[in-house]
Write a protein that binds this ligand. Sequence first.
Ligand code: ADE
Length: 263
Amino acid sequence: MILIDILTIFPDYFESPFGIGLIKKAIDAGLISIRLVDIRHFSASRHNQVDDCPFGGGAGMVMKPEPIFRAIRHIGRGGGYKPRVILLSPQGIRFTQDRAVQLAGLKRIAFICGRYEGVDERVSEGLVDEELSIGDYVLSGGEAAALVIIEALSRQIPGVVGNKESVSGDTFYGKFLKYPQYTRPQHYLGMSAPPVLVSGDHGKIEDWRMNQSVSRTVQRRPDLIDHGTLSESERKIVDKVNRTAGEKKRLRVLNDEKLPEGS
Ligand code: ADE
């Protein structure tokens, strides 16, 4: 059982995502417990103020430190374990599948969802164990990021995903992106599922999938290819895809040379 506290000024945001699908099942089965903690309840001001103007001037508002410190102190008492405190922000370290696996092994996590232009830095200094970003883009707040991380880590908790293979076959679990998937009907709108997938030959299906996985990764995410860890057969596929890409590029250059300027 993992206990997750989410500190937010928008607890309603999480109502529907935690009420459906795998996460709901995991909560119902007692594998995950999620508590929504409304930061506003920990404001000391009469109007439940949780933000203020930035010192030094500038646009937007900054989340005040006191309500967040109080909220963490409040939740810290329950559960028997000290939570790992994670602040969601675009300034954080990039969240990855490896981190999802590690977080799934913890007993308690507290996510702080930042809003506005930022969170007073003393929250990071005095409370936060790690700051995570889900990617190089700016969201309006950390709520969507917390959801992404909770969904990714819950898939790694034993018993949450029914079929173990569907987790170990996930993209990023191995070194490559996942192969393309097809289901019935085999022919649709003039497009067909590859015949090998309906051949019943499991060896050939495995080979095809491996080929597709490696090719896709080379074409779409070459940054994921770690040449030091490739097997002989994987390296052959990588070389072939790179050779084909090189030939296509040369052909494009030749074609472009034939075209009149401005086309
Ligand atoms: N808050 C705003 N943008 C974010 C991002 N990219 N990751 C995590 N939290 C955020």
